[in-house]
Design a protein around this ligand. Structure first.
Ligand SMILES: [Ca+2]
Ligand SMILES: [Ca+2]
Length: 290
């Protein structure tokens, strides 16, 4: 069967990083914002955890961090962050209570509980990492907001979640929720693709099948168009075993048939008991016969 758009998937897929939705940035020579403890009673209890994912140490001299209102230099003299290690930034010395390495920065911005902007600059003024979080991304009163994947997009809400450690945070150590491998162990497939939801009884639905590397998980499946706009929340909070499938009828959230084009199928599987989150994405082509 012939379909329009057949063969164009690769072209459109190449355009997707420009949309920014799943853009991934190289982590070489930079520090990454890894955890934010923003919802506390006092500014002095807040902190930000940075991670140095590289093997070589990085000097924080003249690095800076800003929120939506002010930019604050972190250190006027050398302060080395060893390779593969964490550092907390705080207004107060939290070493006694958290037992982790802390750089005390008087004048560090206060992080708003509802959401805030956070931009980390290196000594040359280049942006090392940045995000604009909201309370909906995760975190809560004395519960931190944790990053899942170091090489994931800082601005992707799906790359952040509430800490599930009993302490409410993982200051100075690996996060309680994380995507451990660069390549997900999830398999995700769409069949048939292209499909043509024109109700002629032939290839009207796409079956999205998956296998998970966990016995039980809560699964979210979303459909995005090629500009990164979410068109359908196909499965929300669904309890799943190690494999499953869902049907997409080609309709958006309002039941309208989506335009022909290339769509992104995004799956997130969360195993809270193991503190494990896996993600995967694949393409699906919605076409029409001719
Ligand atoms: Ca706060
Ligand atoms: Ca941590």
């Amino acid at each position: 069967m012939n379909h329009r758009l057949l063969g164009r998937a690769g072209v459109l897929w190449g355009l997707l990083p420009a949309a920014g939705l799943f853009a991934q940035t190289s982590s070489a020579d930079r520090l990454i914002i890894n955890e934010v403890f923003y919802n506390t009673d006092k500014k002095s209890q807040e902190w930000v955890e940075l991670v140095n994912p590289n093997t070589q140490a990085i000097d924080l001299a003249h690095w800076a961090l800003r929120d939506s209102r002010k930019k604050q230099e972190l250190s006027s003299s050398s302060y080395w962050v060893p390779g593969k290690s964490f550092i907390l930034l705080s207004n107060m010395n939290l070493a006694d209570s958290l037992q982790s390495r802390t750089l005390v920065v008087a004048g560090l911005p206060e992080w708003n509980n509802g959401g805030d902007e956070m931009v980390l600059y290196d000594a040359n003024g280049a942006v090392s990492d940045s995000l604009v979080y909201s309370a909906e991304w995760g975190g809560g009163r004395f519960i931190s907001l944790e990053r899942l994947a170091w090489d994931g997009d800082s601005c992707d809400p799906n790359n952040w979640a509430s800490c599930i450690d009993p302490a409410g945070h993982t200051a100075g150590r690996s996060n309680s929720v994380h995507a451990p491998e660069r390549h997900s162990a999830v398999t995700l497939s769409v069949s048939p693709s292209p499909f043509s939801p024109d109700h002629d009884g032939i290839e009207d639905h796409a079956e999205i099948g998956y296998t998970l590397p966990m016995a039980r998980a809560v699964v979210h499946i979303k459909i995005f168009d090629s500009t990164g706009r979410q068109v359908r929340y196909l499965r929300c909070n669904g309890s799943s075993g190690p494999q499953g499938s869902v049907i997409w009828d080609g309709a958006d959230e309002q039941g309208r048939r989506c335009p022909i084009g290339v769509y992104i199928v995004y799956l997130q599987a969360i195993d809270e008991s193991a503190g494990r989150v896996e993600q995967a994405k694949t393409l699906c082509v919605l076409a029409e016969k001719f």
